[in-house]
Design a protein around this ligand. Sequence first.
Ligand SMILES: Nc1nc2c(c(=O)[nH]1)N[C@H]1C(S)=C(S)[C@@H](COP(=O)(O)O)O[C@H]1N2
Ligand SMILES: [Mo]
Length: 414
Amino acid sequence: MTRQPSEPDKPSRRILLKSITGASFLSALGAPIPFLGNLPTGLVPVALAQGTSSLSQQKPGLTVLNDRPVNMETPPHLLDDAVTPAARMFVRNNGLPPASVDAHSWNVRVDGEVETPLDLSIDDLKTQFETVSLQLQIECAGNGRRFMKPAARGNQWSFGAISCATWTGVRLRDVLDRAGLKENALYTAHYGADTHLSGDPAKHPISRGVPIAKAMEPHTLIAFAVNGDDMPPLNGHPLRLVTPGWPGSCSQKWLTRIEVRDQIHDGAKMTGQSYRVPRAPVHPGASVADEDMAIIESLPVKSLITAPQTGIRVSTGDTIEVRGHAWAGDLDVAALDISIDFGASWSPADLSAPTNKYAWQHWRSEIRLPEAGYYEIWARARDAEGHMQPPIPPGWNPRGYLNNMQHRIAVFAL
Ligand SMILES: Nc1nc2c(c(=O)[nH]1)N[C@H]1C(S)=C(S)[C@@H](COP(=O)(O)O)O[C@H]1N2
Ligand SMILES: [Mo]
């Protein structure tokens, strides 16, 4: 029998947390180990706790990394559902969400290199195009940045800037077909109704785009609902793009305009060092010239252990179910292995096929811990082209993107 971890407010849990966050514990184990960065909820630093109570109400249990702009990640054990509940979808804002939103008068403009520019209300989208519902992953390209050494500038995400919910909307492809792409159409440019932190109305907090081929991929959606309901205000209500498998930044929230361009889009956070990585590997800490950087496209293979929760206490010899999800950008996941001996040996878990392309895949396994003591459970996924998750952060890059290192949790066998 698996014993559930005690609640955070119970003394035993508090003591455990205190002891595993203590510097002495860290040094006793040598180098800091990854799972320690992935503590349960409720550990918001005091300075951040003020003013975040409404955020915590909207997203109970998420860890607030920043409140201006709002950035919140989901602890892995709260991502255990097959389909991520809307309240557990992480939040990554670059600016300030629109102050007021009226879904009935909302319009999205499609213009640029098209034969017929369009202005479409949400009702037009619902009535003039085929509605589709798909389970789609959205992951921030900076997920895992916290483990980069030396540290990289940006939100210090650990493992929880990932969601896979059921999005309902229309295919971007169908809308672009209606507008009619001109021959020179090369790239999209996305705009949203959020405002720049500086308050300057001429500045966009973020405006990214994708090559036409990705925009025409049938899983790239203009979505008006998530899990059968309005999407949370922080996740883009009433309309957003969902561009699965690519950096979350390609999934513009509060969507107001899609411009088709005859060049690679150069909007806010498309150029310089944003969402770009060195074309060739660089040494940790290197500075890299903008012209030596390339735009990130498909994200790498990755997985999460969503149960048990890290820090759990189990009885020696009990059978414990271990489970989670795995995903691999534009690819499928081919295999998921787990280790309970620090990677010395691995055994395959049962891995499900994706519900649809770009849905994360679920995996499960059963383990028994042979004797009392401290264990870690490690998980590693392999994609359909044979790429495996590395045990440590791969390919250091100036902004700390694409860290797909293995997720590890701690288990105490009593
Ligand atoms: N309008 C707008 N869209 C946006 C952003 C933003 O700041 N403004 N952030 C992007 C980034 S970087 C990510 S990772 C995803 C996160 O989506 P979520 O907040 O719904 O989880 O939204 C993207 N879309
Ligand atoms: Mo992101």
